[in-house]
Each structure stands twice: as structure tokens, then as C-alpha cells.
Design a protein around this ligand. Structure first.
Ligand code: SF4
Ligand code: MG
Length: 318
């Protein structure tokens, strides 16, 4: 496979005062292949957004490396960085908060093109904006309106059009549908899938549960408290999850078939997500793991490839 992005033992810590360190991302490794959708899943506070922002270069890394097309993202010169920020775009959870309420849709979508001086005339920019609006299922009549005039789903479409303005290769979508009504979620997902096909995009799709992600991702990484605990293909993860945390996440997805749903056992996790300022020793999941053993508090489980392409960090498999 053609590796587009490579994340190597990436850490992003924040100093939070009184000598305390918040270990938001604490050593994650994975690769993203060109043209795939890679799902990054974990409950809120697990570090997935911080991981996304560090990959984008919005945050410096504390340790480790992020390579895009084999170039180190955190060691790029100004010109390389500018080029990288053209190829990488982000779609946010709350399209409303990320769209300037005082700008028209035209201005919002045109802004990145103007920053990067992509076109010579206002007319060219306008034509391109109309094209982008059509790409995302809106039209040119929407161009002179303001964000508040649109529904949540339409606003997310505007956010997507803006992200596409620079003709990117890679899009980090940080919970792009979790703020939308369920009926609208599927439409936005379909749009993202169509755009991926048409434009050859690669996605990092961040989500807090597996319900939608397992349908749209080629591969999935599961994060817990700053760590990656399991990574494999969607179907493998769904059919034979190895990590107890993945098993719990999967058991929380309702199954439409009532016969199966009735006979199914939900795994209810005990306790709260621990603080990333003071994570448990050994395995970070041990305070909530139904299978925790003595070794789990003593030794950090290693990240290892259990079967081809299927990685897990858990003492059950060491
Ligand atoms: Fe549970 Fe131990 Fe595996 Fe951690 S290493 S997930 S505590 S069994
Ligand atoms: Mg987040």
C-alpha cells in the first residue's frame, strides 16, 4: 500500500501548572494509506482531536514524528509548511463555530484561495466558489447568504466546500457529523464518500463511537487515554476485536435486529475515564478493564502486530 501519512510514537503533552503534565497524546503509531478512510475512535478526552491537530501541525509535538509523503511535518521550512497546509485540510464538529458569521458564503469559501493567491481575478475565484458549492450539493444562489441562514447540515456542507477550496489530498474530519441530526448525518457521510471517490481524497475521520465509523472506514484505530489500544481493518475490528476496550465500544452499538439485540451482552465499563494528568500505571485501561490481571498494573503492554495488519496493546495477547 502507498503510505501517505506516517505517525511514529507521537506524543503531545501540555504543561498545566504546578509541575503537572497532561499527557493528551502519549505515544501513538499508525500509517494512513493513500485514498483510504482511517477512523480514529475513542471517548471524549482520549486525545483524538489533539492527535489530529498535532498531525496538522497546529500543535507542536512533544516527541515522535509525523511524516507526510515522507517529509517530517514538524521540521518543514516555511515554504514546505505552506504547501503542506494546502494539501491538508480540516473539517470541524461544529460548522457554525468555524464559519465567520459576518462573512457571506462566498467570502468564507474564497478566503483560503485568497490567502494562497490561487487565482488572478475575483471572477475566477467566484466561478471556483460556484463550482465548489455544486460539488457539495448547494448552488450559486447560496453564495451571497450568511451562515445563520442555513441548517446545520447545510453549514457543514459550506465547511466542506471551504476545506475543498485548495484542492487538498488529505482531510482530517473531527467529528464532522456528531453535532447533526441523525437524519442529516447519513447525507453528510454520503457526500464525504462521493467527494472522496471523485477527488481521490484520503480521510482521517475522528469519532467518539464506532456506530458510523465502522461503515465508512477502511481501517480503524481505537484510542484510550492518549494511547492507541487497537488498530485493524473495519471488518476485522468488528468481527474479532481483541482489546477489551474495543469489545466494550462495539457492544454499545445497538443492532437493528431485535433477536440479536436481545441475546447480546452489553459490556458496561466501570468507573470514569481517568485523568490524563495522572494516568494509571501499567496499562492505562486497567482501572476499567473486566480482564485486568496483576501484571496489568505493573507493566505497560507493548503495541504489537497480533496477526497481519492487526495491532493491539494488551497483556492478554503477550
Ligand atoms: Fe485489560 Fe490488562 Fe489488557 Fe489492559 S493489559 S486491556 S488491563 S487485560
Ligand atoms: Mg474532540
Amino acid at each position: 500500500e502507498n503510505v501517505l501519512l506516517s505517525v511514529k510514537d507521537l506524543k503531545r503533552h501540555f504543561e498545566v501548572g504546578q509541575g503537572s503534565t497532561l499527557r493528551a497524546v502519549d505515544g501513538i503509531s499508525f500509517e494512513i494509506f493513500k485514498g483510504e478512510t482511517f477512523g480514529l475512535v475513542g471517548e471524549s478526552g482520549c486525545g483524538k482531536s489533539t492527535a489530529g491537530r498535532t498531525i496538522l501541525g497546529l500543535y507542536n509535538r512533544t516527541e515522535g514524528d509525523v511524516l507526510f509523503e515522507e517529509k517530517n511535518v514538524h521540521e518543514m521550512n516555511d515554504k514546505e509548511r505552506k504547501n503542506y497546509l494546502k494539501k491538508m485540510q480540516m473539517i470541524f464538529q461544529d460548522p457554525y463555530a468555524s464559519l465567520n458569521p459576518r462573512s457571506t458564503v462566498l467570502e468564507i469559501i474564497a478566503e483560503p484561495m485568497e490567502i494562497h493567491k490561487l487565482y488572478n481575478s475575483k471572477k475566477e475565484v467566484k466561478e471556483r466558489v460556484y463550482e465548489l458549492l455544486e460539488d457539495v450539493g448547494l448552488n450559486r444562489d447560496h453564495a451571497n447568504r450568511y451562515p445563520h441562514e442555513f441548517s446545520g447540515g447545510q453549514r457543514q456542507r459550506i465547511g466542506i466546500a471551504r476545506a475543498l477550496a485548495l484542492d487538498p489530498e488529505f482531510i482530517i474530519a473531527d467529528e464532522p457529523i456528531s453535532a447533526l441530526d441523525v437524519s442529516v448525518q447519513a447525507q453528510v457521510v454520503k457526500l464525504l464518500q462521493r467527494l472522496q471517490k471523485e477527488k481521490g481524497l484520503t480521510y482521517l475521520f475522528i469519532a467518539h463511537d464506532l456506530s458510523m465509523v465502522k461503515y465508512i472506514s477502511d481501517r480503524i484505530g481505537v484510542m484510550y487515554l492518549g494511547h492507541m489500544v487497537e488498530l485493524t481493518t473495519s471488518s476485522q475490528l468488528y468481527d474479532s476485536p481483541l482489546h477489551p476496550y474495543t469489545q466494550a465500544l462495539l457492544s454499545a452499538i445497538p443492532i437493528p435486529d431485535p433477536d440479536i439485540e436481545e441475546s447480546r451482552q452489553r459490556i458496561i465499563l466501570q468507573g470514569e475515564l481517568p485523568s490524563p494528568i495522572n494516568p494509571p500505571s501499567g496499562c492505562v485501561f486497567r482501572t476499567r478493564c473486566p480482564h485486568a490481571m496483576a501484571i496489568c498494573s505493573e507493566k505497560k503492554p507493548i503495541w504489537q502486530e497480533q496477526e497481519p495488519g492487526h495491532f493491539v496493546a494488551c497483556h492478554l495477547y503477550n
